[in-house]
Structure formats: C-alpha cells, structure tokens
Design a protein around this ligand. Structure first.
Ligand code: ACO
Length: 401
C-alpha cells in the first residue's frame, strides 16, 4: 500500500498529529539530526568540525549543492553572488516608508517578498540553471537587505558592500560602516559571526524550513517562500527566542539576579512564563550547537574584552536547570538561542536584530531545502484535518437570527 493511497483502503482514516510531532513530511539528504544523542550533521559532516574548520560560504555551498566546494567552485559561487549584490534602488523607497520603530523581522520579510517584483525572472523557476540564478541572486541581495534594515533603524545612509571582502566580512562592513570611516573589522568579530551563521545554517524540518518547503510546493517563487520562512522564524518559540532570551536575562538582572524566582515561574503551570532558550522539539539531550556557542561566548567576550553580567546569569540558570527534576524529567536543555544573543550583543548588534542574524544564517538551509523539494518534484503540501464543527444547518435569514 502506498502512503498516498492509505485513505482509500482505510475508509478515509486520517492520522492526526498536531504540531507534526511524529510526522515526516519529506525525505531529505541535507541535515541529519539525532536528538537523543545530540548529533547534528550537514551532508554527513559534523557541526563541530564545520564550525571549527569551515567558513559560512563553504557551508552554504555544501548545504545547497551537497558537497564541499573545491577552490574553483567556491570562487565561482562567490563571484556569482557578488555580481548580484545590488538591490533595485526603488527598494529604498519601500524601506523609507516603514516607521523607524518597525520590527526588523517584519521589514526583512516584506523586503524579501518585494524582491520578487524587481526580479520577475526569479519567480517561475523550474530548471536547475534557473534555480541557480535565483539562488545566487538572493545570496547576494539578502545581506544588503539585512544591513539596510539595521542602518535604517540607526539613521545611517544605505550603502552597498565591498566586493574585495569575504562574504561574512562584507556583511559586517555593510552593517556597521559609519559615514567617512575607513572601516576595518576585527578578525574576532568575523570568526564569531562565521561560526554563528554556520551553526544556524540548517536544522532539517523545523517550523520556518517546513514553511519554506510548503509555500514553495505550490511553485510560488524562492523569494516568496523565503519571505514566508522569515515570518515563521520571527516567533519567540522559534528563531525569535534569541531576542526573548536576552530580554529575559535582562529582566532577571534588573530584578536583582534572582534566578530561582524565574525557575519557579517557568515550572508553574498557571504562569505562561517559559525559560526562553530552553527545550527543543527534537533534542532531548544537549543541543550540540548550544555547547559550541557557550564556549564561543566565553572566548569572544574575552577576546573583545567585554564583561557581561548576563553571561553569569545565563550560566547560573543552566546550572540550576541541570539539577532540577522539572527540567531533567522533561529533558529540557539550553538550545541554540540560549547563548547566541550574548555574543551578538558583544558584537554591537541590537537585540531586535538578533533574529535577523539568525535568518541570515538560515538562508542557505532554506534555499537547500527549497531546491531539494523542487528537484524531488514533491507534491503540493496540503495537510488534512478532522472536522469538529456543526453538521448541516439550514440558512437563517438575518431577521430570524
Ligand atoms: N520552560 C519551561 N517549561 C518548558 C519549556 C521551557 N522553556 N519548554 C518546554 N517546557 C515543558 C512544557 O511545559 C511541557 O511540560 P508538560 O509535559 O508538563 O506539559 C514539556 O516541557 C514539553 O514541552 P512542549 O511545549 O510540549 O514541547 P514542544 O516540543 O511542543 O516545544 C519548544 C518545544 C517550543 C522549543 C519549547 O521547549 C519552548 O517553548 N521553549 C522556549 C522557547 C525557545 O527557546 N524556542 C527556541 C527553540 S530552538 C529554535 O527554534 C531555533
């Protein structure tokens, strides 16, 4: 029996799995995750090794095309991306129309969607060649949108990057260069951002990636699918957790650093408060990304000479959670977002930009998953439901209601 015939031979039986806690939506050769053992691999390579030895653009190539690039392939990929790193000037007008107070994730989702209007050839793509063109376009333009989103908030002029720089260094320059400044970024910052982006680059069928795949399954274009993924990532239960973690740690600090009080709140089922940055749908053990980021937080803050008391609060919460039966029984460990914000803050990135940085890292993962979905010729995503509403009712005229 084929799974797509199951309903026919089972008298219309439907599996109901709210939140898809145990339902696979596709086969995928991109990311392997063992949540019980805390293993994460991209295309077979361990996240620990990639974070240590690779750079973000190599990892992007690996995720999207399946193999680590040789130097020639990497240079070509980078050159193709750089050739697409200009955004239509009219996009600035759209950005201008947003209030300064707009959340950067809303702005980024809108601008990404708007790119479809300026790049119509990227909408209806079917061949591998058309896909490649759309991919390098968005890899080139997305960092510009990220940087502009920040610069608009800070009232800085909107510039383009420097084609002589590496992908990540260029992102930092576009974000932080002040007018009339001979800008040079600290290698500590470049390495830290490279590592963070690699750690966020893919995570199989999470909420935003599933969104990208399902929107793309209707053959909506890549940019529209990505825009939907950005909106999904924004939520505090997903990528928005990095902002929520930092705000939570700040609130604990402002409240005198009483971590026990917040642990108690998190355990109280009548209190909606959750310990942000803790727990994961798939990891029932340490999130391997959190381990790497925790170590990186110590190193980066040390190298940048930043002392941040909220790092101690975060470590204190982790220590307490590891000894608390509520967290131990439910296998709630720090996830990728628990320590990342502390590094972003030390780098001078404002808290409401944290999830934008996550989106920048996740971009190649979303692209890889979208491309795989299209190359596998997956059918349109269309879940079923169990109807629980009224049975047939005759219509009542308005004066009879
Ligand atoms: N604080 C306190 N209790 C928690 C937490 C938390 N952070 N996370 C889960 N729990 C509890 C739940 O209340 C539930 O308890 P119960 O069995 O007594 O009802 C149990 O642990 C299982 O939690 P669920 O919500 O059923 O797990 P689910 O897989 O649906 O949710 C999620 C996973 C959304 C990540 C959840 O752990 C959470 O809300 N964490 C905080 C937000 C967060 O950090 N999100 C980022 C995730 S990583 C990422 O997306 C990039």
């Amino acid at each position: 029996i084929k799974i797509n015939n199951l309903r026919g031979v089972t008298d219309q039986v439907i599996t109901l799995d709210p939140g898809y806690k145990n339902t696979g939506s596709c086969t995928s050769a991109i990311t392997f995750l063992d949540g019980d053992k805390g293993i994460l691999r991209y295309r077979g390579y361990s996240i620990e090794e990639l974070a240590e030895k690779a750079d973000f653009l190599e990892v992007a190539f690996l995720l999207i095309f399946g193999e680590l690039p040789n130097q020639v392939q990497l240079d070509k990929f980078h050159a193709d991306i750089k050739s697409q790193s200009v955004v239509d000037e009219d996009v600035k007008k759209i950005l201008d129309a947003f209030p300064k107070s707009a959340h950067p994730m809303g702005v980024l989702a809108s601008l990404t969607s708007a790119l479809t209007a300026f790049n119509p050839s990227s909408v209806n793509v079917n061949s591998e060649e058309e896909m490649y063109k759309a991919i390098v376009k968005i890899m080139g333009k997305f960092p510009v949108l990220v940087a502009w989103t920040l610069r608009k908030k800070q009232g800085l002029p909107l510039d383009y990057g420097d084609k002589n720089l590496g992908y990540v260094e260029n992102v930092l320059k576009m974000m932080f260069k002040q007018p009339n400044e001979d800008y040079k970024h600290d290698p500590v910052m470049i390495n830290a951002l490279d590592k963070l982006l690699i750690l966020h680059a893919d995570h199989e069928q999470n909420c935003s990636t599933s969104t990208v795949r399902i929107v793309g399954s209707s053959h909506a274009g890549l940019f529209a699918s990505l825009s939907a993924g950005i909106s999904a990532l924004w939520g505090p239960l997903h990528g928005g957790a990095n902002q929520a973690v930092l705000e939570m740690l700040e609130a604990i600090k402002a409240d005198g650093g009483d971590t026990k009080k917040y642990m108690a709140k998190a355990k109280d089922k009548d209190d909606p408060f959750r310990l942000m940055g803790f727990g994961h749908r798939v990891y029932k053990n340490f999130d391997p990304r959190a381990k790497i980021i925790k170590k990186a937080a110590d190193e980066v803050l040390g190298e940048l000479g930043v002392e941040d008391p909220i790092l101690d609060i975060a470590k204190g919460l982790e220590r307490e959670a590891l000894e608390d039966t509520y967290f131990v029984d439910r296998k709630l460990y720090p996830n990728v977002d628990f320590y990342s914000g502390i590094i972003y803050r030390a780098m001078g990135i404002p808290v409401d930009m944290f999830t934008v940085m996550f989106a920048l890292g996740r971009l190649p993962g979303w692209i890889a998953q979208w491309r795989e979905m299209r190359l596998n010729k997956e059918p349109i995503g269309r879940p079923r439901q169990i109807y629980t509403g009224e049975t047939y009712r005759p219509f009542k005229a308005i004066n009879e209601r």
